[in-house]
Design a protein around this ligand. Structure first.
Ligand code: ZN
Ligand code: ZN
Length: 368
C-alpha cells in the first residue's frame, strides 16, 4: 500500500510502498477513504514536542483523522465485520484500565495516539490497523460521508469534548474562541448549534469572515488591539484596547467560557483574561517551539476571580453517539469546513503552507 512517511522533520514526506497491515486478534484493518490534514500533523512534521519527550520519530506514518471501511478483523473482534463504515478517533485506549472503564479512554494510562507513535501508524496511507477495535472503532452513521467524517476528525470531537463535556457549555452561555483554525471553527459551529453566543478572535479578516458565516456573533481582529495590560476581571470598559477588554465590553464583564484553540502564549493568556469571575478557560491548543509546553499565567488574578483552567484532549470513543446526535439534530455540517480535497502526494505542500498560517478551513486527503 502507499503511505506518506515522515523521513526528516521539516522535510517533504516520502511516499512509499509498505506491506498491507494484518489485523492482530483484537484489531481491525480499515481502508482509508478520507483523512483530514491538521495542525497536529504540522507539529509532528516540524518535530515539536521534544521538550515533553513527545517528539514524533522519523519513519512515522502520519495522519490521525481517518474515515473509511473495515476490510478485515481479528478473531476476537465482535462488534465489526468487513464492510462496516467507520471513523477512527486518534486517541486510542487499551479498553481495560480504570480510565477506559470509566469512559475516559482519551486519557487512557496505556493509550496511544494514532499517527504519532511507531506502534500505531497513521492514516496518510491506503490502509491502517486499528488496535482494540471493539473499544476504539466508531460506526459511522449513514448520513455522514467519509470526507465529512474526516473533517470531523480531531477538531469537532475535540471541540465537543472541550466545550460541552469539559466546560459544560450550554444554551445562553457566552463563549470566546481564540484562534479560528480547524478546532476553533468547529467550536464556533458547535457552540452556535448548542445555542451559545460566540465571539471569535483571530488575526486574519478572511478567517474571521468565515467564522461569522459559521455562526460567530461577533468578530475581533486581535492585530488591531494591543497586549493585555489591566488587572480587572473581564477587562476594563474604559480601556477596551486589548482582546480581553474588548470581550469584556461585549459580554457585560467577561465570557462564561473561553477557549484557546491555538496554543501560543498570547492566545492562552488572552483567553484566560477573557472570562468573567468564576468563568472557565479551556486549553485545547498545544504550544509551539516558542513556549515549549509552558506558558506563564496570571495565577493571582485567576485566584482572585475564581477562574477555572481546564485541559481537554480529543474525545473518548464513548462520546461519539452524543456528538453524532447533536450534529444530526442541528444544521451543523462538518463538510462546510472542507476547503479542499487533495491527494496523498500533496500533503507535504499543505503542511508547509501551515508555516505561514496560509491554510483556511480543513483540507482532506481523498486520493491515496
Ligand atoms: Zn485505558
Ligand atoms: Zn487533528
Amino acid at each position: 500500500m502507499r503511505a506518506a512517511i515522515l523521513r526528516e522533520h521539516g522535510e517533504p514526506l516520502a511516499i512509499r510502498e509498505l506491506p498491507d497491515p494484518e489485523p492482530g486478534p483484537d484489531d481491525a484493518v480499515v481502508r482509508v477513504d478520507a483523512c483530514g490534514v491538521c495542525r497536529s500533523d504540522w507539529h509532528a512534521w516540524k518535530g515539536h514536542g521534544e521538550w515533553a519527550d513527545d517528539r514524533v520519530p522519523r519513519g512515522q506514518v502520519l495522519g490521525h483523522e481517518p474515515a473509511g471501511e473495515v476490510i478485515a478483523v481479528g478473531d476476537a473482534v465482535d462488534r465489526f465485520t468487513p464492510g462496516d463504515r467507520v471513523v477512527v478517533p486518534f486517541s486510542l485506549g487499551d479498553g481495560t484500565c480504570r480510565y477506559c472503564r470509566q469512559g475516559h479512554g482519551n486519557v487512557c494510562a496505556d493509550g496511544s495516539a494514532l499517527g504519532f507513535e511507531p506502534d500505531v501508524p497513521g492514516a496518510f496511507a491506503e490502509r491502517m490497523a486499528v488496535p482494540r477495535a471493539d473499544y476504539n472503532l466508531i460506526e459511522r452513521p449513514s448520513w455522514l460521508s467519509a470526507r465529512d467524517a474526516a473533517a470531523l476528525g480531531c477538531r469537532y470531537m475535540t471541540a465537543y469534548h472541550a466545550l460541552v463535556e469539559r466546560a459544560g457549555l450550554a444554551a445562553g452561555d457566552r463563549l470566546a474562541v481564540h484562534g479560528c483554525g480547524g478546532v476553533g471553527l468547529s467550536a464556533i459551529q458547535l457552540a452556535d448549534a448548542v445555542g451559545a453566543r460566540v465571539i471569535a478572535v483571530d488575526v486574519d479578516d478572511e478567517t474571521l469572515s468565515l467564522a461569522g458565516d459559521l455562526g460567530a456573533d461577533e468578530l475581533v481582529n486581535s492585530t488591531e488591539l494591543g497586549p493585555d495590560d489591566d488587572d480587572d476581571a473581564g477587562g476594563d470598559p474604559d480601556a477596551a484596547d486589548d482582546v480581553p477588554g474588548r470581550i469584556g465590553d461585549r459580554t457585560d464583564g467577561g465570557a462564561d467560557i473561553s477557549v484557546d484553540a491555538l496554543g501560543i502564549a498570547e492566545t492562552c493568556r488572552n483567553s484566560i483574561r477573557s472570562v468573567r469571575p468564576r468563568g472557565t478557560h479551556v486549553q485545547v491548543g498545544l504550544t509551539t517551539e516558542a513556549e515549549r509546553g509552558e506558558v506563564s499565567l496570571p495565577t493571582d488574578w485567576m485566584t482572585r476571580w475564581e477562574v477555572s483552567f481546564v485541559g481537554a484532549r480529543g474525545m473518548p470513543p464513548t462520546s461519539y453517539d452524543d456528538l453524532f446526535a447533536l450534529l444530526e439534530s442541528t444544521d451543523v455540517d462538518p463538510g462546510a469546513l472542507v476547503s479542499d480535497e487533495v491527494g496523498l502526494s500533496a500533503v507535504s505542500d499543505r503542511l508547509a503552507a501551515m508555516d505561514d498560517y496560509d491554510v483556511r478551513g480543513v483540507e482532506v486527503v481523498t486520493e491515496f
